[in-house]
Write a protein that binds this ligand. Structure first.
Ligand code: NIG
Ligand code: FE
Length: 399
C-alpha cells in the first residue's frame, strides 16, 4: 500500500528536516505491516492500494507510554469536588480499587477495549497499560492478563498504594508484592512500576520492590515527584529506569541526574538507554496543579516524553493531541518538541525502536492529519484532526 501525496511527513529520523526529520511532498510504501520505502512522491513505486493524503501531514502514530486502563467505575464526583477547591491526594485510588475488585473480568475487559479504541481513534497506535487497581495477588494477575490482551507493554503496579487491609502493616504488604504477587504478575508483565510518594511508598520500599522486579527480568519505571519533591527520580536513575513519570516537583540534583543518563546513552546496537522524563500534563490539568517545567528539562538535555496517564482519578483523558496542546501552551515546549515527545519520546520511554519513528523496517503505525502540518495539533486544540490511522499497516476505522 502506498501513502501518497503527503505534504509534510514527520519521520523522527536524523538528518535534514530538523528534529522531526520532516520531508515535504513525500510518499511512503507499506509492506507486511512495516514501512518498506520512503521518498519523494514523484518517485513513488507502484502499489496494489493507495491512500491519497491530499497534501496533509503524516506522522508516526502516538506512543502513549503511561496509562492505567484496567479499572471499574469512575470518580467524576471527586473531580467535581476538586474543581470546587478540594486538593488531589491520591487517596481516591482506594475507591477505584474497591470497584475494580468487585468487577467481573468481562467488565474490566470492556473498559480496556473501550479506552483502547478511543485512544486509537485519536492516533495512539502504541499504549502501555498498568495494573494497580487490584492490589491482591489474584486481582493484579487478572488485571495484567487482561491488559496483555491489548498491549505488549504491560506494567505491574502492585505498589500503587498500600490497600486498606494492610494500612497498619505496610512492611507485610511490600513482602507480599515482592513474593506471591510478583510471581503471579510477572508472566504477564514487561515492566514494574512503584508510586514513590509521601502517602504511597517510601524510597526503601520502592527500591526493594523495583529490585525484586528487576531480578525476575522486568524493566523499571517509577511514578516520581508528582505531588511534592522526593527521592523517586533519583531512585529511578540509580536503578537504570527506562522512565520516571510525572516529574512535577524537581530539584536541580534531580534534573542533573536525569541529564547525566543521556551522556553516552546509545548502545552499540543503536538502542537508547537513558532514563526518560515522562510528563503527564493531563494530571496537572485535572488536579489543577502546577505543570512540570518541561523547558528546564529540555534545556538541560533530558529526554522528555509526553503521555496521558489515562486513569479515572487524576487524568481521565486518552487524548495525546490534548496532551500536546497542554505541553505547548502550559509547559513551554515547542510544537515540534511536543510532537517528538508524544511519538519518539514515548518509544524511548518504552525502550522501543520499532515505533514512534517512520523509516524502512519500522512498524507501519502512522496517522494522517486533517491538517497540513504537525503544528495544527497544538494550534487547533480540541479539534478532531486525526483523519486516518494505520496500525501495523492496517487502516483503522475512520473517526
Ligand atoms: O499516575 N499517581 C498515582 N497514580 C495515578 C493516579 C491514580 C488515581 O488517582 O486513581 C497517577 O496520577
Ligand atoms: Fe500514573
Amino acid at each position: 500500500m502506498l501513502v501518497d501525496n503527503i505534504g509534510e511527513l514527520v519521520t523522527n529520523t536524523d538528518g535534514a528536516g530538523g528534529p522531526l526529520g520532516i520531508r515535504r511532498d513525500a510518499a511512503l510504501l507499506v509492506e507486511d505491516g512495516q514501512v518498506a520505502w520512503i521518498g519523494p512522491a514523484r518517485d513513488a513505486p507502484a502499489a496494489d492500494r493507495r491512500i491519497d493524503a491530499d497534501g496533509a501531514a503524516v506522522l508516526p502514530g502516538f506512543v502513549d507510554s503511561h496509562a492505567h486502563l484496567v479499572f471499574a467505575g469512575d470518580r467524576a464526583a471527586e473531580f467535581a469536588a476538586r474543581m470546587a477547591g478540594q486538593p488531589y491526594t491520591g487517596g481516591g485510588i482506594r475507591t477505584t480499587v474497591g470497584a475494580t475488585r468487585a468487577a467481573a473480568d468481562d467488565e474490566l475487559r470492556a473498559t480496556v477495549r473501550r479506552l483502547r479504541e478511543e485512544a486509537l481513534r485519536q492516533g495512539t497506535t502504541t499504549i502501555e497499560i498498568k495494573s494497580g487497581y487490584g492490589l491482591t495477588v489474584a486481582d493484579e494477575a487478572r488485571s495484567l492478563r487482561i491488559a496483555a490482551e491489548f498491549s505488549e507493554d504491560t506494567t505491574f503496579l502492585g505498589a500503587h498504594v498500600v490497600p486498606a487491609e494492610y494500612a497498619d502493616r505496610p512492611d507485610d504488604y511490600v513482602g507480599m508484592v515482592c513474593g506471591p504477587m510478583l510471581a503471579a504478575a510477572a508472566p504477564h508483565a514487561r515492566w514494574i512500576d512503584v508510586f514513590c510518594e509521601r502517602g504511597a511508598f517510601d524510597v526503601d520500599h520502592a527500591r526493594a520492590i523495583l529490585a525484586c522486579g528487576q531480578a525476575v527480568g522486568l524493566g523499571v519505571r517509577v511514578h516520581a515527584n508528582q505531588l511534592g519533591p522526593g527521592p523517586g527520580v533519583q531512585l529511578g536513575v540509580e536503578l537504570g529506569a527506562a522512565s520516571v513519570d510525572h516529574c512535577t516537583h524537581l530539584s536541580d540534583a534531580d534534573v542533573d541526574a536525569l541529564a547525566s543518563t543521556t551522556i553516552g546513552c546509545m548502545c552499540a546496537d543503536g538502542r537508547h538507554t537513558s532514563t526518560v522524563a515522562t510528563l503527564l500534563p493531563g494530571a496537572e490539568f485535572s488536579t489543577r496543579s502546577p505543570y512540570p517545567d518541561a523547558r528546564r528539562l529540555l534545556d538541560a538535555g533530558v529526554t522528555v516524553a509526553l503521555a496521558t496517564d489515562c486513569n479515572p482519578g487524576s487524568s481521565y483523558t486518552s487524548s495525546m493531541p490534548f496532551c500536546i496542546a497542554l505541553a505547548v501552551r502550559e509547559m513551554r515546549m515547542t510544537p515540534a518538541e511536543a510532537v517528538w515527545a508524544a511519538t519518539a519520546g514515548g518509544a524511548r520511554a518504552l525502550r522501543r525502536d520499532d515505533v514512534g519513528v517512520l523509516r524502512p523496517g519500522a512498524r507501519a503505525d502512522l496517522i494522517v492529519l486533517d491538517a497540513p502540518s504537525h503544528l495544527h495539533l497544538a494550534y487547533r486544540p480540541g479539534v478532531p484532526l486525526i483523519r486516518q490511522v494505520l496500525q501495523n499497516g492496517v487502516p483503522q476505522c475512520r473517526s
